[in-house]
Ligand binder design. Structure first.
Ligand SMILES: *Cc1c(COP(=O)(O)O)cnc(C)c1O
Length: 420
């Protein structure tokens, strides 16, 4: 949680200048709350370190695709990294530009390629030979040339959770390092493709720089080979993946991370190439919290449960990756703490938000689940026919509703019963 954006004033949690208790009162719970200032500061840390260095930031839309969040970045001149044509539509609706957007993803459909080409995206990050053929065909049908980069799998261990590690041989992502040179040669031979770059993405929640440097060395070695084969690699896309502090992790500062990578590329003699960063989590993760209200306290022989009104459908990360999120009271209470598992109302034992937490609680209390800005709302579902939460953006003293809470009738509006 960004300490400057989320802090206590007289024992009450505030998002910038607004009390979280008043937000819950006004907008109800569960409620996602984002801080414009925290988003801005995280983006600036990247942009300032890139300034004057032929490097650009492409915000990974999948981490948080709310239009207001994307718009905050678009206003600061961000580019975007998308993984579907739905995300492309969001970028455009939020004021972003297709020509500053990179189209990633392992399974782009022909329809998505067409939409990307018609909109004029900056580059397609391609992950397989069949995808190269498909893109070449779509570009031909439109009388265009598609700008492409190959996502190379450098086979480095990002030392993160297996579900969010993507740069190992055993992962589904990218072109195998040993096949990359030949795959580039195939791309070059296709009339409607224009080879412009190289990319990788080795994982997420990475808290060390060394895996990036290992991946970069492999990429740069390839660049030399590809250029010897007559192609020109104009940009190197180093992917996203920088970790954040959920608990006691100590990831490098964003500025140091950017500078170290750029210096490394410069030292290897590749300083003239444009470098793309594709951060997601490190821009939005600690810029958001999820507010929830305690419904019931349920003491047990082995465990005490605090049953809250947010659940795995609102925040899937604990159920999905056993991810840790700090959970703090909205109003600090002077009472003895007890150990609780904080759980939701969904009918699954996996529906927990935090385990073994020391909290002083009574029913009706508000809790903030920290670091919920990335892979939070975007992964939410309607499981158990639960309407998805509202989203709020705080900007100084003001709070704006940036996504309405869903209503139950919306959830089955597209369904119908058999006529007879
Ligand atoms: C998910 C993803 C990102 C962003 O990753 P973070 O860990 O959120 O920074 C960047 N690029 C690609 C290709 C991705 O799939």
């Amino acid at each position: 949680m960004s300490d400057s954006a989320f802090h206590y004033v007289d024992g009450v949690l505030h998002a910038e200048g607004v009390s979280a208790a008043s937000l819950a009162e006004q907008f109800g719970t569960p409620l996602y709350v984002y801080s414009r200032d925290a988003l801005t500061q995280a983006y600036r840390a990247y942009a300032d370190a890139c300034a004057g260095r032929n490097a650009t930031v492409h915000v990974a839309v999948k981490a948080n695709s709310n239009l207001a969040v994307l718009n905050v970045f678009a206003r600061m001149g961000a580019g975007f990294d998308i993984v579907s044509s739905g995300e492309l539509a969001r970028v455009i609706a939020a004021g972003g530009r297709a020509e500053h957007t990179v189209f990633s993803g392992v399974g782009k459909s022909a329809a998505e390629m067409r939409e990307g080409l018609e909109a004029g995206v900056k580059c397609f990050n391609v992950e397989s030979i069949p995808e190269l053929h498909a893109l070449n065909e779509v570009a031909k049908s439109l009388g265009k040339k598609a700008p492409v980069s190959l996502r190379v799998n450098p086979d480095v261990d990002a030392k993160t959770h297996p579900y969010i590690s993507t740069g190992l041989k055993s992962n589904k992502f990218g072109v195998a390092f040993s096949d990359a040179r030949a795959t580039y040669a195939q791309a070059q031979a296709m009339d409607h493709l224009d080879v412009v770059g190289i990319d990788c993405h080795i994982g997420s929640q990475i808290t060390e720089i060394s895996p990036y440097l290992d991946a970069l060395d492999k990429l740069l070695e390839l660049v030399g080979q590809i250029e010897a084969d007559g192609m020109r690699i104009r940009h190197i896309d180093v992917g996203g993946g920088l970790g954040i502090t959920y608990d006691d992790e100590t990831p490098p500062a964003i500025g140091d991370f950017v500078t170290t990578l750029l210096d490394h590329i410069g030292k290897r003699g590749h300083g003239a190439r444009e470098v793309y960063f594709e951060p997601g989590r490190s821009l939005v993760g600690n810029a958001g919290v999820l507010l929830t209200r305690v419904e019931y306290l349920k003491p047990g022989e082995e465990k005490n449960f605090a049953i809250v009104d947010a659940a795995m459908n609102d925040l899937a990360r604990p159920a999905m990756y056993e991810a840790f999120h700090r959970i703090v009271p909205v109003v600090k209470r002077d009472a003895a703490a007890q150990t609780y598992d904080v759980v939701g109302p969904v009918c699954e034992s996996g529906d927990w938000l935090g385990r073994d937490r020391e909290l002083a609680l009574v029913p009706g209390d508000l809790l903030a689940i920290c670091s919920a800005g990335a892979y939070g709302f975007v992964m939410s579902s309607n499981y158990n026919t639960r309407p998805r939460a509202a989203e709020i953006m705080v900007d100084g003293e003001r709070a704006r509703l940036v996504r309405e809470r869903e209503e139950v009738k919306q959830l089955f509006a597209g369904e119908s019963i058999l006529p007879d």
